[in-house]
Write a protein that binds this ligand. Sequence first.
Ligand code: C2O
Ligand code: CU
Length: 549
Amino acid sequence: RVTRHYKFNIKMQNVTRLCKTKSIVTVNGQFPGPRIIAREGDRLVIKVVNHVQHNVTIHWHGIRQIRSGWADGPAYITQCPIQRGQSYVYNFTVVGQRGTLWWHAHISWLRATLHGAIVILPKRHHPYPFTKPFKEVPIILGEWWNADTEAVINQATKTGLAPNVSDAHTINGLPGPLSNCSSKDTLKVKVKPGKTYLLRLINAALNDEMFFSIANHTLTVVESDAVYTKPFTTNTLLITPGQTTNVLLHTKPNPPNAKFAIAARPYATGPAAFDNATTTAILEYKHTAPSLSNTNNNLPLFKPPFPKFNDTVFAAKFNNRVRSLNSKKFPAKVPRTVDRRFFFTVGLGIKKCSKSEACQGPNNTRVAAAVNNVSFVMPNTALLQAHFFGNSKGVYSTDFPANPPVKFNYTGTPPKNIMVSSGTKVVVLKFNESVELVLQDTSIIGAESHPLHLHGFNFFIVGQGNGNFDPKKDPQKFNLVDPAERNTAGVPSGGWVAVRFLADNPGVWFMHCHLEVHTSWGLKMAWIVQDGERRNQKLPPPPSDLPKC
Ligand code: C2O
Ligand code: CU
């Protein structure tokens, strides 16, 4: 087994996009940040040193962190932030996972500029269960704001008004030629004819689920969230923030003399977020004939067609096609029985703010987001420390509701009282309990989709549907054979998803919407998984450099 060392210096860097230069928070001055490469089974030791004014933590999104919860990274959940001048070493092993994941800052909105790819190769002599690619290309979708993103979110949490949308979407940090002043800031992917490429896609956007497509080419999905899938071919992908997808691109044997747009565009999470911002990169063939030289910039550019705005039918169909490979070597270990059942509503409401918050809605209120009507309040110290050392008093309570406090027609007329409650509440699970969780979108202030992300586990998406979940009929249709195994599930706008997971990883695990604005408004909660009886079922004590609050 190999140990791989990385050093992340958090520092400011001037970056120019859309003809404007601004100082952004980066890792090692790079944007997007450095790529981490490991093999399944490797240990990663990443020293993060904070040189900036902001408090920082880094999360290794999708890494299971089996008995290494101290390295997970969400601020105030598993650790206190790393303050200026301090450092923290994230030390963990990649167990039973291979594929594409990513890392990002996990405090306020710093992940806008603090993110990068994690490429996990299979163990040596364990080939991919698909055509060996000629080359691999990580592709990170992101968003760029001309303004300071911390100011954008501060505004949105005060007012409860939708935050300003980004000024551009980006591919590997570059907006592409359709954006103002950006023709030079365009990613070019140069390919050879008749080869197979593996594109490692990551949606690192803050607030937009994205369509992704390459003009005149089809894509074969082979992996999602670092789990192999049954291969399927599509013209367009849907990928939510937090999700990763590997696709094979077979290049044309005799390509025409043209360039092809690699394009991404928001699916839209609500009318206000739809800004029609398409970002493009260029797929360019390296022709052998000099007459077809790729230096010719006047080649025609083909653009891909996209599904229509907010195409829920496309989204549902696409998500349904994602299935675990479920082969002999990679079986889908779907929990067959269920020990604990939960039904969580996820959506928006109105919150009464405390005096110190000074919210700008009527009577000191603002729009909030909640799970089972609880808008999560961040504690002042990390939940994991409080749990581990038995100091939960005044930090969190264990009465997170297993069901919505009031039943109503979730996707119909909203109830009269749309006030949410606030609190730092968690669910406690015993080691190895098997959990079934239904996530139901509510249409209280408009239906919206919510990419729900669970730390510390992959869950199986055993069912999904439109409208209200029917506890009698819908479970009969659950797929317990080859459901998608992911760390982020798109709860459809005006619909539901059902997931199952086995609580075999002791620690405190955050679950939240991966749209930053919804997280900031409170669409988040945490699970505590208790230690098991045996020694290898317990969370070890924290490392000595764990930051203090
Ligand atoms: Cu990608 Cu809790 O995050
Ligand atoms: Cu959401």
